[in-house]
Design a protein. Sequence first.
Length: 394
Amino acid sequence: MSALKLALVVLNDVRAGGAHGYEATEIRKLFEHAGLKLDFVIYSPKALKASTKSQFPEMKVKTYRNGLLTMFMINLRHSLAGYKLLKMAGLRHGRFERSLIKESVSLVYFLSPNPLALDLVDTPMITTVWDLGHRDIPEFVEISGNRHYEEREFFFRQTIPKSFRVIVDTGRTAERIQAIYGALENRIIVQGLGVVQPAVSERINNAGSKFFLYPAQFWPHKRHVLLLKAFQIVCQQDKNCRLVLTGSDKGNLGYVRKVANALGILERIEFPGFVSSPRLAELMVEAHCLVFPSQLGPSNMPPLEAASLGTPVLISNIHFDPLLKHPLIHTVSSQDPNDWAKEMLRQLSLPKSASAPLAVMNKESHTTLVDALTEFASLRAEWSSLRTARYKRK
């Protein structure tokens, strides 16, 4: 049996933070898996080709476009009448799928939710669902405004039932996509976030400085203002502690600064902006505690990374990832600033252990994906090239 040609589709650059880290981790895990008979090709947005190739120099990298014309053609192709017109014009497949056919790709794995999944006519796919935030927190405009809610609903309803497998973070997400979008239980793989302990220099002090770290882009749903209100209470009892807020501005940084100034705590806060992965790992080790009040879950990468480095973590009560059940990770019972301040002060009262961190244990669910790929390879060996065939029940 010849090797199965698998396309791995990435979407995010390094400034996307956890999304980029997840994609890179999954590619490495698949590429390094012993005994997996696969032939890989990575598809990357054209603007990210150079950085993708530098990360994976040993792999072939192709590019795709997802601009306005591509989106228009996707929507046209999703109309049955539009599809028939395109078929008559010899454009049954979009540009992306024509490239897949040319590369002899048999299966596409979208490592992030990607609108290009809507454009596949004949090629089987694996899709990824990270969260259902548009349903969980529709009150945040960046989640459901500007027709994002409708876009995500359309995307999930079209791609989830059609996918060979759907990759999700937790069992909670798996249950919800079964109930809402009709996913079959045996088509879902609960894979977690693929936690890899970040590498840091041995010279970094892991005894913990008196600062709290919150690594999050400045979106409203990240609840920076909630954290500022809690930190103001902490500052009234501790005159030396600081707060470090890393992350890119997504439109809310100016307001966060304004609130910090109004609360009289601006001088106690550092805004280093986006920091590289190595620098973020150093900050995690140096911090007394990582705080993560984000309203979006049920899973997030930074708390798991910090715990793997031996740093205590406070998370919001919307998180339900089994991996977060860890001795160094503590859940704040509410979204009340007083409760957050209480837990932050408790962490300050405790010395940060300088001992070796406990491992964040990943379930071996990645084997399930390997099993699924092996199953697909066996199935794919039973036909040659029937992309244009149409099944008719006899």
